[in-house]
Design a protein. Sequence first.
Length: 143
Amino acid sequence: MSTTLAKNETVSRKWYVIDAAGKPMGRTAVQAANILRGKIKPDFTPNVDCGDFVIIINAEKAVLTGNKLEQKYYRRHSGWIGGLKETQYKTLMAERPEFAMELAVKGMLPKNSIGRTAFTRLHVYRGAEHKHQAQQPVAWTQE
């Protein structure tokens, strides 16, 4: 039995829209990461970037379950002594929900050149409007 392997030259990319309204952020991020990676395709090849484009809309309406709004923090460090900056997810979701969704998806992609390239095909929007109508995106319906 032969195995079909994808090549970089033969990859055809589609555009998908995922609506995050009322859904848990992690579930939405998993769906987006799988599409970006190309795991939904029958000819998925791990060493080839064969993923599609993803548009996530309504990022501000995504839900964090449990007590994550109060207990989860986004942390970054400047490299200087005492340079740790912490932001509670309650304020992060209120001020920058697109960034919070991008962080969730980026953490689920591989930490190599394929993951970095796949992350450039992600587009996240706060509301229901996006500027990619010319690409004729298809609504993603699988849960």
